[in-house]
Ligand binder design. Structure first.
Ligand SMILES: Cc1cc2nc3c(=O)[nH]c(=O)nc-3n(C[C@H](O)[C@H](O)[C@H](O)COP(=O)(O)O)c2cc1C
Length: 400
């Protein structure tokens, strides 16, 4: 849960005056993927993707999303030092699980690996290790982080990440006074040093991207810092930036400012820019595309317990009316997600993790208020099946 913080806020409408007049169906039919995106990441064939979501977006969630039409996923933010120490020596609760960040299976592609940290050399070593999937002895990467050896030839493994994303967005507070994530937005030169080190450490054909917020706060200085980092990242060779329209100070509370994204795309028309914040439905995907002019939309809290958002977005693009999931479809996905989570996390952890997904999946059920408390009490796969038998079976469907 490295990047989790006060996320229990209900859906908020973005700051986007006039967006209500947009017809999402027409916008979806007109939507296209910018050809520069699949040229960089083959398979990324639609203008939306699943965001990194610490504590949620493990291989199980990603595979379910992909089976519903999600064209690309990002891992949660992995701390560089966690990666270099093979996940040992750090508090898991703060730093995220290493296993959540490795490609989950042959069909967990394309997958963008996200890293976060405080030091340019350590970030560069972590990026190299991620792309190589740890092919060299662990000490080599640690030496690299200490600046003791040059990177040498980076040899991407066959099953690796499609790109490396640098997180300059996470609002979780600084550790030991060292900036990381979104806190770099207050120190633009430090952010640029990290971006340069990561870019230079990787071979040119491995794309690098950045996730950042629209500023550390609402001050003019924060906006100047943002613009300095934003312009520098493209000059350094980064392919795109995903901009979350909230400030670091806001964490996840209050609206995302789509007007900021719109001004940004207008002022930098040649840049590939992705947008994030307040995308709750498939309609929102196309409202954001149309309103802001971004090239792709990050689906974050909106796809927790709702993988159908991706199918619906594809339906809208094809001119089909999107259908809500039937109870039978919900049952199938609830079983599938749990089984995948057991495979990734083991049954005990999966049972705990799946409770919070169950709460969100329950929102699709006609008797959400009955189903939700049942998911919260699940302790095993048998408990999970019992909820499904009781509330998602055909006779349950007939009773609602
Ligand atoms: C629980 C939680 C964990 C998150 N973890 C990450 C993360 O690891 N990496 C990242 O880039 N963004 C992370 N985010 C931010 C989301 O990707 C997204 O930018 C943000 O939630 C705004 O989009 P939304 O309002 O549509 O949810 C996280 C958000 C939440 C709520």
């Amino acid at each position: 849960m490295g990047c989790q913080s006060n996320n229990a806020t209900p859906p908020s409408p973005a700051i986007a005056p006039g967006a209500e007049a947009i017809d999402p169906r027409a916008a979806a039919r007109a939507a296209r993927i910018d050809p520069r995106i699949p040229a960089l990441i083959p398979g990324f064939d639609a203008p939306f993707f699943q965001a990194g979501l610490a504590g949620y977006s493990d291989a199980a969630m990603r595979l379910v999303a992909r089976r519903h039409g999600c064209p690309c996923c990002v891992t949660e933010a992995l701390l560089d030092r966690t990666l270099l120490s093979n996940g040992r020596g750090f508090d898991k609760a703060d730093l995220g699980d290493l296993c959540d960040n490795v490609p989950g299976a042959e069909d967990d592609h394309p997958l963008i690996g996200q890293i976060m940290g405080s030091d340019p050399d350590t970030m560069a070593a972590a990026a190299v290790k991620m792309i190589e999937q740890g092919a060299r002895p662990p000490r080599h990467y640690r030496d690299l982080a200490e600046g003791l050896t040059p990177a040498g030839d980076v040899a991407p493994s066959a099953r690796t990440f499609a790109a490396i994303d640098v997180n300059l967005a996470c609002p979780v507070k600084k550790i030991a006074k060292k900036a990381r994530g979104g806190h770099w937005l207050r120190e633009p030169q430090g952010a640029i040093d990290i971006l340069r080190a990561v870019r230079e450490a990787l071979p040119p054909h491995i794309p690098t991207t950045v996730k950042l917020r629209r500023g550390s706060d609402d001050s003019p200085e924060a906006e100047r810092n943002f613009m300095r980092i934003f312009d520098a990242l493209y000059e350094l060779g980064y392919a795109w930036a995903t901009v979350h329209g909230r400030t670091v100070e806001q964490k996840y509370v209050g609206p995302s400012r789509w007007t900021f994204l719109r001004e940004l795309t207008r002022s930098r028309p040649d840049r590939l820019i992705f947008g994030s914040g307040d995308v709750w439905t498939a309609h929102d995907v196309f409202r954001m595309l149309e309103y802001t002019g971004v090239h792709a939309v990050s689906v974050a809290r909106g796809c927790i317990g709702d993988p159908w958002v991706f199918r619906q977005a594809r339906d809208l693009m094809a001119g089909r009316e999107p259908a809500p999931p039937t109870l039978a479809e919900q049952r199938d996905v609830l079983l599938e997600h749990f089984a995948l989570s057991v495979a990734v996390n083991g049954e005990a952890l999966a049972s705990r993790l799946m409770r919070k997904f169950g709460v969100r999946f329950a929102e699709h059920h006609p008797r959400a208020e009955l189903v939700r408390p049942r998911f919260i009490r699940v302790e095993s796969i048998d408990d999970w099946r019992a909820v499904l038998d009781e509330h998602y079976a055909e006779h349950a469907a007939a009773a609602v």
